[in-house]
Design a protein around this ligand. Sequence first.
Ligand code: ADE
Ligand code: ZN
Length: 353
Amino acid sequence: MKHIMNNNKPNDEFLRMLPKPELHLHLIGAIRRSTLEDLMRKYSVNFPAKPGGFIQKLKLDKYKNLDEAFRFEKFEDFLRLYILCMHVIREPEDMERLTGEVLEDLRNCGVVYVEISINLPPDRHFNMDSLDILNAINKAGKRVGEKLGIEYRIIIDLVRDYGPEKSMEILNSMAEMGDQNIVAVDIGGSEHRFPPGPYREVYKRARELGFRTRAHAGEAAGPESVWGAIRELKVDRIGHGVRSIEDPELIRYLVRKQIPLEVCPTSNIRTGVYSSIEEHPLRKLFDAGVKITLNSDDPGLFGSNVLGEYRLLMDRFGFSKDEIVKVVKNGFESAFIPHDRKEYYLSRLELVM
Ligand code: ADE
Ligand code: ZN
């Protein structure tokens, strides 16, 4: 008995070796701190804020330096820092660099498959239009992905703050871009200010165009937002969804339908959804039978990485090896890839067991 129990106890080496999926990662939010600093220098965007400058316009001028801005405590301040990062990714070469580095960092955590989220600008973004952005990601993605052995797909975040009309425009423009490795659409941004209902037609159109769907829900807003994503948007997966725990009927529904939740525990602590890991409902969701997957969201801005999220499963949520493997399997099963690719990844998992 002791032997079996020991065998089922994970360690760091086990976590590192596991071939892992990452389904919820914002490319911009995965930027290395050193790269952000380089790009801020390149474009002369500096703290302390200059009167009338971008940092002041963004309301980040209450911070004296970047270190302070990284200590955000509110969701809104986190989103402001995210926008600052976007503001210094201006050229295709910046986007290529970012993509290559992010894939490298993921591979170093043992990630073999990633769905990268990126928002396309409603208008031109400095020296890039939407196609330039996608070309840059795909150029670096193919080169670095093949070299390191990491497969990627792209999810387009239609950003609730743009409003449904702009989102529909962006979506329609995606239909004309040819094959860009895009598998799905999402709505991130200010969930607490923009409920899902008005995006109903956008999601219907996305399905008509052959895209899979997910929505950020149950992060900055409660269970009603998750119900809205399910009933109005008919999503395949929920980004976060952790606040579903507040509604037992919703939990029963998620379990019965096996709708995947993309859980990102460090993110939830850093953006103030929960004040400590002890309060985080991950374990309760898993024990209730919800199909949870584990992800890092914006690791560059949270000072985290996906391997660290698995360490939380091991050290703080008390997961056994079998339970961790179940979470990894949930991820591959929920990926927006064909059945045979899922089988391939699930079989790779068998090899390390
Ligand atoms: N965009 C980037 N990260 C996000 C998050 N955690 N929630 C909503 N929108 C986001
Ligand atoms: Zn997110």
